[in-house]
Design a protein. Sequence first.
Length: 141
Amino acid sequence: MTNADFRTTLVLVVLAFASAAVGADGRGRREGRRVYDPATVETVTGTVRKVERVVARRGSSDVVELVLDTDRGELRIHVGPAAYLAEQNVTMEPGDRLSVRGSRVTRGGVPVVIAAEITKGDTHLVLRDAAGVPRWRSGRR
């Protein structure tokens, strides 16, 4: 391989990695990543069918997700880090009736609501601000 061939190959590899890092939306986000969108905020109500603790990447806290039975069918709810919920002394269990306000996005072709606020009876839990910034990252605990 000549130096020119090597440089061409190197440039192509670098471009391929850069393209993968930028992703489909051009903002450095991978397609399918959970991205809170204030334009898609809605409120859904339903009954918790399942509580799942999803193993997080990069050494962060496991994440809590819910499967909520709504009047329009099953809906997955991305709640947030299990450690943050534990700090708030909030539990959610199958059978609980919830109202969830959050951003509806699509992940892997499946609709998911990224929760900003959850109401369970008299308990109101705020997870994100209006722009979608998580409270566990903003220091407003």
